[in-house]
Each structure stands twice: as C-alpha cells, then as structure tokens.
Design a protein around this ligand. Structure first.
Ligand code: CA
Length: 233
C-alpha cells in the first residue's frame, strides 16, 4: 500500500507532534484530531487507512471512540495508553482495537506497530481472508474446508482444540487478540481457569507449528493481554 493515510488522535501536543514528525519523515500521509468528537468526524469524513488513538481524551473515553468508529468501519486502530494498567488495553482490544502502544514509546516502536498494522490492512484488502478456504502464511497452510493445517506441505497432527485455536489466530492475523476473546471463541465463556488451559493449548500448538521454538515467528505473546498471529514472509 502506497502512502497510507494515518489519523492521529492525541490531545497531548508534544506526543502528537512526535507522531506527526515521525509520519512525515517516513512519508505517511496524516490528519490529526485533538479530541474524541474530532476523531469520529475525521474518521467518517476522510476515511483514513489507520488510526492512532489516545485513550485519555478530554471530551470522551477513547473506548467510546473505538465503539463509534467500529459501528461503520473496520479501519485498524492502534490505541495509545499512558496507563501501564493492562485492563485499559484489554478493554480497548475487546472493543475492536487492533493493537496498542504504551506511553512513553520510541519512534521505532511506533513505526514497527504501524508496519504490522499496514501489513494486516493489505491482507484485509487483497482478498477477504475470512472468505477464502485456504490460508497461507509463510510455511503454514490451513485448508479450512478440509479442516487440516500443514507446515511445509506436511499435515500437522493437531488436536481439535489446537486446530480451533490456530484458526481463530489465523483469521485475525496481525491483530492482538485478548485472552477473553480467544476463550470465548473456543469455549463460549470466560472462566479464570480457561486462561490457564489456553496457555497449555498454546504451548502444545506452538511446539507443532513453530520451526524454532526459542524464537517463535507465528504466534506472538502479549504478556497479561493475549496473543497475535504475525504475517510471516
Ligand atoms: Ca491524553
């Protein structure tokens, strides 16, 4: 995707300036908003490709901004949270955000998050990945209609739970999924011990799909938050 348009929603001027300068330097187009009302307006009238959204806005909770935007748009949203509290990030992700940055963040971190999100965007745009019957990502293939996953063309021996888990992650490649989102999709509920079970299934799934167990390429762990399937070359 060439020069995606990035919406920057941030009331803190120095932070906003840092983001804008970084975007300019890297030839991204951008527009800015300093509160929630402006953000919703800018998102609906300019149709940006991606948004950075500060959760602590003067007029509206950032979570409500996500909910409003999500009522008509799937545009990727990366939230910016000043609070080290994971609960905010989890709430934002469950409301439909794709990723998060914690203040203070580095320019490198900002650009890395943007790159991951833009890859997700091109994945969403190329073809509706959810409608395709075959998913490919690096050496990994999932044939949804046959219900099998393959690594380098070799069928993986996955339990039904591991397969289900892999499919949920694959269908949301590039997006951070919270523990709650995953457990609700697998078991239709969210109990405390489900998260412990999820960790166990994740470990066994990873043993089967990650060629190098010490540096996983496919599934990224977000400690205290959840997991994300990365797009691999
Ligand atoms: Ca703020």
């Amino acid at each position: 995707m060439n020069n995606p348009v990035v919406l920057v929603v941030e009331d803190d001027t120095p932070v906003r300036n840092l983001i804008v300068t970084t975007l300019k330097t890297h030839e991204y187009k951008y527009l800015t908003a300093v509160n929630g009302a402006e953000a919703v307006m800018a998102a609906s009238s300019h149709n940006p490709d991606v948004a950075f959204l500060d959760l602590g806005l003067p007029d509206m909770d950032g979570i409500d901004v996500i909910r409003r935007i999500r009522s008509w748009s799937n545009m990727p949203i990366i939230v910016i949270s000043a609070r080290s509290d994971d609960a905010d990030k989890i709430e934002a992700l469950d409301a439909g955000a794709d990723d998060y940055l914690t203040k203070p963040f580095s320019v490198e971190e900002l650009l890395a998050r943007l790159r991951v999100t833009i890859r997700r965007l091109s994945l969403m745009g190329n073809d509706n990945n959810n409608d395709r019957s075959v998913y490919t990502n690096g050496r990994l293939t999932i044939d949804y209609s046959a219900g099998v996953a393959l690594l380098d063309g070799e069928e993986l021996k996955l339990t039904s739970m591991e397969y289900k888990l892999l499919c949920i992650l694959a269908k949301n490649t590039g997006k951070v999924l919270t523990h709650t989102y995953i457990t609700q999709n697998i078991w239709g509920r969210n109990w405390d011990n489900d998260i412990a079970s999820l960790r166990v299934f994740m470990t066994t799934l990873r043993k089967k799909i990650e060629p190098d167990r010490d540096s996983p390429k496919y599934i990224q762990t977000h400690v205290g938050i959840g997991y994300r399937m990365m797009k691999v070359d």
